[in-house]
Design a binder for this molecule. Structure first.
Ligand code: DHB
Length: 305
């Protein structure tokens, strides 16, 4: 039997396979992230870390909806400094770590990037797109020139690959992706959650304490796929797909659209942490059935037809 390779190289970051957890999902402690890695992920992504500890929004912060879930956690995290030892611990266990981070100003993004680089992360994911916090922090990804500026500043501070995670809640994602690339981004993650809401008809109130939240899960997959398709056309750097991936077939769809790897979040709620291994099994099956020897051969194939 021919040997199938799932290994990928994203801007110099070499991974055993192209499947990762999405930031915020099981990313709070090193042991949970180690569990994600042991369950088959190629790398792990931390919870988004900021310059100071943040409590996040009051409950309810999560609600299941048809086709997925809404969440408005409000970027709760212990602060980047606190996470330094957790990253070191993961590195000691041999786990490739991508540190997701955010700030409330260009300087804060730079400060956090410095701390996480020193901690020994393998790459950084700049969260420019949380839908649930004050505009200046969350929706950086709606403004091309601000995003370019912050990307330039972060790239000046770190020698690590920087992935910029974009929001689908914009008119033209190609322009935003291009701005991140001009700023020096090494890859684009497409996409974060879709701004959404849900109302309790008996209480006659929004269910989430924050009123709105970010929608994720199978129902957002076609939107995310369209975003990956457009971003892949706009930039010459790798794209990482995120949004509703549950099966190996879903991952392959994103790869055919131009993604070099995928992030999986909400599927953990429905399928458990084993989903990472299951997605890799599905990818392997597809490669075998379609006569590919490496997952890299699939990337962007649908764009060529
Ligand atoms: C939160 C952050 C995100 O980036 C997202 O997509 C959804 C929720 C949050 O912490 O509220």
């Amino acid at each position: 039997m021919s040997k199938l390779s799932l290994a990928v190289d994203i801007a110099g970051l070499k991974l055993r396979n192209p499947v990762m957890n999405a930031a915020g999902v099981l990313g709070m402690t090193p042991l949970l992230l180690k569990h994600v890695y042991d369950s088959g992920a190629g790398a792990v992504i931390t919870k988004s870390l900021g310059p100071h500890p943040r409590a996040g929004h009051p409950n309810p912060t999560l609600v299941r909806v048809e086709g997925g879930a809404l969440n408005a956690m409000g970027l709760p995290n212990p602060g980047a400094e606190y996470f330094v030892d957790e990253i070191k611990e993961l590195k000691k266990m041999g786990v490739p770590v991508i540190a997701s981070f955010f700030g409330g100003s260009v300087q804060e993004f730079v400060d956090v990037a410095y701390i996480l680089t020193k901690a020994g992360a393998d790459a950084l994911e700049l969260n420019a797109s949380c839908p649930n916090v004050a505009e200046e922090m969350g929706m950086l990804a709606a403004d091309a020139s601000s995003l370019e500026k912050v990307t330039v500043a972060v790239k000046d501070e770190t020698s690590l690959p920087v992935f910029v995670k974009l929001s689908p809640n914009v008119t033209n994602i190609k322009i935003i992706a291009k701005a991140a690339e001009w700023g020096g981004a090494d890859a684009i993650t497409a996409v974060n959650t879709l701004k959404a809401m849900s109302i309790d008809i008996n209480f006659k109130r929004p269910i989430l304490a924050n009123t709105t939240g970010g929608m994720s899960g199978p129902a957002v997959k076609p939107v995310a796929l369209r975003c990956v398709w457009e971003v892949a056309q706009a930039v010459d750097i790798p794209v990482i797909g995120s949004g509703g991936v549950t099966t190996g077939g879903d991952a392959i769809e994103f790869m055919l659209a131009g993604a070099s790897a995928v992030e999986v979040g909400t599927a953990v709620m429905t399928h458990g942490v084993e989903v990472y291994g299951q997605i890799n099994d599905g990818i392997r099956e597809y490669l075998k059935e379609n006569g590919f020897s490496s997952v890299k051969e699939v990337v962007g194939l649908a764009q060529d037809s």
